[in-house]
Design a protein around this ligand. Structure first.
Ligand code: SF4
Length: 253
């Protein structure tokens, strides 16, 4: 199947079955989403949703967070991964928002990346979710699932994946495709053991095709038959060897 066809099937399938996917992070304002996404690096959305309400309640504005200290913020986020670094990033991010961006979350990807704790992935999430800009954030799920389906080829870095996806996906679907790939990776196309047997998109998935083509099935059958033949041969040799031993003992007697 051609790559362009896979893209077409991908967009058609998910547009029909998941027309309005949203981030699983809870937030109410752009500032809160920025906090939640910074916190979510290397951590689960579930965990972030457990700690974020207290953070949002304590620090309602960039000014309040900017006036705080990493030590104080740490006490609210101690159960997330890398709490020390994230506490520093949150305070630094709020200070920069106040000092350089008029306490507003910027929409420009380059401006967003100037904020402490904000890399390209976070910047793309904010740009697409808050500002509806044509950007796609590449996290571990997007990276893995896009590769397996065959939407990307030989893309070894998140930036390479982002470029290939951006090159093929229609612009209006970029932000939404991020959620499609994340949700599919989180619940079906799992990292260690993808649930291909129940996957509704296996019919256009490259990984599935590679592992389930007729040739692959024939090869598996041939391997199985060879194994059975080898075992039979081994049994026969063992029997012959036993018989020869027995005869030599009888002769000695
Ligand atoms: S068929 Fe398997 S590898 Fe392909 S997308 Fe589905 S779960 Fe992932």
């Amino acid at each position: 199947m051609l790559k362009a066809e896979r893209y077409r099937h991908f967009v058609d399938y998910f547009s029909k079955h998941q027309p309005n996917p949203v981030t699983e992070l809870h937030y109410g304002t752009p500032f809160q989403l920025l906090i939640a996404v910074i916190l979510s690096a290397q951590c689960t959305d579930k965990r972030i949703n457990q700690v974020s309400p207290a953070v949002f309640e304590k620090f309602t504005t960039p000014e309040e967070l900017a006036a705080s200290t990493p030590d104080e913020v740490f006490t609210y986020i101690r159960s997330v991964s890398y709490p020390n670094n994230k506490a520093k990033h949150l305070v630094g991010m709020a200070q920069m928002l106040v000092e350089q961006f008029n306490s507003e979350v910027p929409s420009d990807i380059n401006d967003l990346q100037k904020l402490p704790g904000v890399g390209r992935k976070t910047a793309n999430v904010i740009a697409s979710v808050i500002y509806d800009l044509p950007a796609i954030a590449v996290d571990t799920h997007v990276f893995r699932v896009a590769g397996r389906i065959g939407l990307t080829t030989n893309a070894r870095t998140p930036l390479a994946v982002e470029k290939q996806l951006t090159g093929y996906l229609p612009k209006p679907t970029l932000g939404i495709a991020h959620h499609w790939l994340i949700l599919h990776g989180r619940y079906i196309c799992l990292a260690r053991s993808p649930k291909c047997e129940i996957c509704p998109i296996s019919w256009f998935c490259k990984y599935y095709e590679r592992n389930n083509t007729e040739a692959a099935l024939l090869k598996a059958e041939a391997l199985k038959a060879k194994k059975a033949k080898d075992q039979k041969k081994k049994k026969q040799l063992n029997a012959i060897s036993k018989e020869l031993n027995k005869r030599s003992v009888d002769k000695d007697i």
